[in-house]
Design a binder for this molecule. Sequence first.
Ligand SMILES: Cc1cc2nc3c(=O)[nH]c(=O)nc-3n(C[C@H](O)[C@H](O)[C@H](O)COP(=O)(O)OP(=O)(O)OC[C@H]3O[C@@H](n4cnc5c(N)ncnc54)[C@H](O)[C@@H]3O)c2cc1C
Length: 116
Amino acid sequence: MNETARIVIVGAGHAGGAAAALLRQHGHTGPITLIGEEPWVPYQRPPLSKAYLKDEADAEALKLRPDAFYAEQDIALRLSTRAEAIDRNARRSGCKAAKRSHTTSWSWRRAPRTGS
Ligand SMILES: Cc1cc2nc3c(=O)[nH]c(=O)nc-3n(C[C@H](O)[C@H](O)[C@H](O)COP(=O)(O)OP(=O)(O)OC[C@H]3O[C@@H](n4cnc5c(N)ncnc54)[C@H](O)[C@@H]3O)c2cc1C
């Protein structure tokens, strides 16, 4: 692959975030856009049902990389954005603002504690 090619990654989860970071790490110099329908930078999901629920990790600690990483690495983030269509021949993607009620993944909300 041409290392100056424009790359658009749909899905700003663990895989998408890692792909963007690894491309830069391995010398890709072309523009990289990471599209995610959730409003957050890529974060680890497993602690959501473990340390996060037990108040042993806060939201910042769950992020795969700090917010500043993406600007430092020149990775354009398009969060709260859903890719609706990909036209591979025309090399275009169609996006629209994601509605929170339509997110297909885990909704990052801390459940209220009950009991002691
Ligand atoms: C509570 C919880 C606990 C877990 N615990 C474990 C564990 O202990 N061990 C383990 O191995 N795995 C665990 N998992 C699973 C693990 O987190 C997933 O395997 C992993 O998150 C997969 O990463 P991914 O990037 O491939 O996909 P996802 O995490 O699903 O990320 C995909 C992203 O793409 C976005 N997206 C999808 N379609 C579009 C679109 N059209 N446009 C824009 N954005 C889009 C989604 O909103 C999402 O943010 C857990 C998951 C959860 C939710």
